[in-house]
Every structure is written in C-alpha cells, then in structure tokens.
Design a protein around this ligand. Structure first.
Ligand SMILES: *Cc1c(COP(=O)(O)O)cnc(C)c1O
Length: 478
C-alpha cells in the first residue's frame, strides 16, 4: 500500500517500502502455499457456493486508494478460497485430475518476476532457447525422434488449431494468402476432443466438413471407415486434407490405431495430427512408450504437461516435423528482414498466432529437473497401478459394470440402473464435498469416471472415492 510515507522516491515508483512490503507479503504467501500443498484436505473439493455469491460479496467498483497486502490476503482467504474448486485436492477425480507442483510454482513466480516477453529471439534469448531445450528433453523422454521441432502454446485446443492451419497450408501453399480453397474435409473420430471441431470452425473449414469417423467397441477410430470416408469425399470432388488421431481420448482414454491411420494419410498425402494431450505423458514410462507407435510418422503431435506432468495450467507442448510449413502459415516477417548467418536465432512469433509469449518454459524446465525422469515415472506407474486395482474392484461388484478398458489412469464404469440414477450418483458425490467425479457418455449411456492424476492422491483416496460411489448408489436404490 502506498501509504503517506510511501510516496515514490524522487525518480521511481519502486520505493524501499514497496520492496519491503512485497518481501513480507510474498513470504506469507509462500507459507500459505506450503500449507496448502501439504494438505488441502481441509477444504471441500468442489466449491459449495451458489452462482453469483462471490460477485455479490465483492465491491462493485475497484478501490480509489491503494490497500494493504494484509487486507487483500485476508479477503483471498475469506472470500476467494470458498469459491475455489480445488483441482489440487487429492480427492479430485473429475475430467483429468491435474496438479501443480512445488518446482513449477517457483517457476511461475520467477516468470512473473522477469516478465520477459518472447516476441523474437532478441527480446528474450533465454525464453527462445529454454523452450527449445525443455521441449527437446520432453520429446526424448517420450521416445519421439529428433526431427520434431517443438513450440509451447497455452492449450491443446490452440495447438490443434495451429496444426489444422498448417495442414491446410500443406495441401495448398497459397492458403495463408487466399484463404480456404473450399471443399476441404477434416477427419477425426467420434471420440475426439471438441477442440478439433472448434479449430475447423475458427479456420473457416466449417463443422459440416468435419467427418467424425465411427469408433470400435473399445472406442478407437476404425481405419477402414476412415479410408472409405476419404474415398467417398474424393469421389464427390471434395478435398481431404487432415486427419486428427487421438492418443488417450477424453472420455475413455482409448488410443486410435495410429500406424494404420498413418498409412492412409501417406497414401492420400494428408496431414496427420496426433492429439496426445493427456496420455502422451504416459510414454515417459518405458514399458508404456509403445502407446506412441506411429506418432513418429505424424506431421504434428501435441501433449499437455499441464495434464499429467505436474506443471500448472497452462502449458501445451506442440511438435511438428514441418516447422517450415507452420512458419509459412503464420510468419508475416518478409524474407529480406531475416538476418544473415543467424540460423540458430529462432523467432517463435513466426510459428504462432499470438505475438506475446510468456516464459512458460521455465516452469517446465524446473519441474523436469526437480523430479527427473525417474521421479515422474514412479508417480505415473503408481497412478496406473491404482487404476488397475480400482478396475478390479469395479469388476468384482455385481451392481456395477465397467464400460471401457482402463489403459492409463482413468476408470469408466456405470451403475446398473438408469442414466438418471448414474447422474444422481455423481451429483450426490460432488455435493458431499468429499470427492469430485465427472460423468461422461459412452455408447449413448451416462457413464461414471474416476480419473487419477493428482500428486497428493494416495490409493486410500481412490478407495474412499469408490466406497463413496458404492454407498451413494446403495442409498439411492434402497
Ligand atoms: C484435455 C484435452 C484437450 C483440450 O485441452 P486444453 O489444453 O484444455 O485445450 C484436447 N484433447 C484431448 C485429447 C484432451 O484430453
């Protein structure tokens, strides 16, 4: 708070008092964070507030005079925290369970402190080069070959948008100038993430030109259906240009048969984009590296370290074997402005829609160094082992049936009752504040899902969540 005595020094608004206040408040915030990371179990997983409650509790206008850190942090605890749904909670089993980790939190702090903005190399050599290094490290961990160029985007949705734009450029080198050819068709499975369709909408491809190829009994894209859809479109005078395969679908974590899909793409010269936002991280575990089989043939590939590698939101790692096409799509820097002899000078703005770029690589680099490959592998193995154990418990329960294989850390099952009953189970579990699960729909039926992935989760948490689901189902039917 710029108090009476805290008037700016002669030439700067950064006074000695401003610095001392920061030091004290930041220490307090770190102490709060350490306690929070130690055990967030004292909070309900799902916020219990009603819509609009936080808005009503806060002043309608910002303060005229500056306030103290004490007042601000007090309101953080009293007003903001009750409105938080705790993704860092060990009993969070919804969507994909994620968590921030201590080294990454330090990385975020330092990123904000530096506030370096990576437009081109010169504006932040550290950002441009650490992004290349940390993405190369991650690529090696996943066993992908060295011809993949890496860049960080905020989210997988934005990563896929860039992939689809590059795909269009791949089939038509003038697309960046003339816009869409029209008649372009994109293929993905009926289990693909909605971001694929959104990317097609944003790029003017249009929803009607997205073919959702049927999946098999285990929710994997059927390559023969893909091949015949492509041939049918070609026969009708349309122009197939891109296939998006998924490694770890959002509902059931199924894996599309990428080698067979790559064959089809190569035959027709289509861009193959592999969306491994969640499950790609599992390839860091040596005995699971095979899940990325065929991805070395993809034109682009993405994974979210913010999903299952303990890096906080947001961070998407995007790779392409055709960086020149990606750059041609988005670079507005004329060739004559390129400096001679500086081929190691990477200007990331040429490969992305946003000009500004956060120093996200710092938190990724710190997380990878702190845990090491061995540390990450140990956690992922535990999560996958617990998923197997949970699947066993579900299979042993006659009132429940499993709906999909559980190749990673997500188990899909349903109570043998109506869709309404299954939805009611999830709602009651979530209202209890003791766990958070999110239902999905598989084979047209409401399906319950327990997703393991939080750093603080133990097997006992998983078991307790399952017991809660069972007890809730029993109470509902009795
Ligand atoms: C989570 C997920 C996405 C979307 O991720 P964002 O980073 O939130 O955009 C896309 N694809 C798959 C397979 C996902 O699991």
């Amino acid at each position: 708070m710029p108090s009476e005595s805290g008037r700016p020094a002669a030439s700067s608004f950064i006074t000695a008092e401003y610095i001392e206040q920061f030091r004290r408040a930041a220490h307090q915030a770190v102490d709060w964070t350490a306690e929070y990371l130690r055990d967030p179990r004292k909070y309900p997983v799902v916020s219990q507030i009603k819509p609009g409650e936080l808005i009503d509790a806060l002043p309608a206008s910002a303060p005229e005079r500056g306030e103290s850190y004490e007042a601000i942090l007090q309101d953080f605890e009293k007003l903001i925290i009750p409105a938080v749904t705790h993704w860092n909670h060990p009993d969070f089993f919804a969507f994909f369970a994620i968590s921030s980790s201590a080294p990454a939190i330090i990385g975020e702090l330092l990123t904000a402190a530096l506030n370096t903005n990576g437009l081109h190399w010169k504006t932040s050599p550290a950002l441009a080069e650490l992004e290349q290094v940390s993405l190369s490290w991650l690529r090696q961990w996943m066993g992908l070959p060295g011809d993949f160029f890496g860049i960080i985007y905020d989210t997988a949705s934005v990563g896929s948008l860039h992939a689809i734009a590059a795909a269009r450029e791949f089939v038509d080198p003038t697309a960046h100038a003339r816009g869409s050819l029209g008649n372009l068709v994109l293929y993905t499975s009926d289990q693909a993430h909605s971001s694929v369709e959104k990317g097609a909408i944003a790029l003017g491809i249009g929803q009607d030109n997205v073919r959702k190829i049927a999946s098999d009994a285990e929710f994997r894209m059927r390559p023969e259906e893909l091949a015949s859809a492509i041939e049918q479109d070609i026969g009708a005078g349309r122009k197939p240009f891109c296939v998006v395969a998924t490694i770890g679908t959002t509902s059931s974590t199924s894996v599309d048969p990428v080698p067979a899909i790559a064959d089809i793409c190569e035959r027709h010269r289509l861009w193959l984009h592999a969306d491994a936002a969640y499950a790609g991280i599992a390839a860091i575990v040596p005995e699971r590296q095979h899940i990325l089989k065929g991805c070395e043939r993809a034109h682009s590939f993405l994974v979210n370290p913010m999903k299952w590698m303990f890096v906080p939101v947001d961070l998407n790692a995007f790779y392409t074997r055709y960086p020149d096409i990606l750059r041609r799509t988005f670079s507005l820097t004329p060739e004559y402005l390129r400096t001679a002899g500086a081929e190691r000078e990477i200007n990331l703005m040429d490969y992305a829609i946003p000009l500004g770029r956060r120093f996200r690589a710092l938190k990724l680099w710190m997380t990878m160094r702190y845990f090491g490959r061995e540390g990450i592998v140990r956690i992922l193995r535990a999560h996958m082992e617990w998923a197997q154990r949970l699947a066993g418990l579900v299979d042993a329960e006659p009132q429940f049936e499993r709906v999909a294989p559980a190749p990673f850390s997500v188990v899909c099952f349903r109570y043998q009752g109506s869709d309404e009953e299954n939805r009611a189970i999830a709602e009651r579990v979530n209202e209890s504040g003791k766990a958070y699960i999110s239902p999905t729909v598989l084979n047209g039926r409401v399906t319950l899902r327990i997703a393991i992935g939080n750093l603080g989760t133990t097997w006992e948490d998983v078991e307790r969540c399952w017991e809660l689901v069972r007890a809730t189902a029993a109470a509902l039917s009795g």
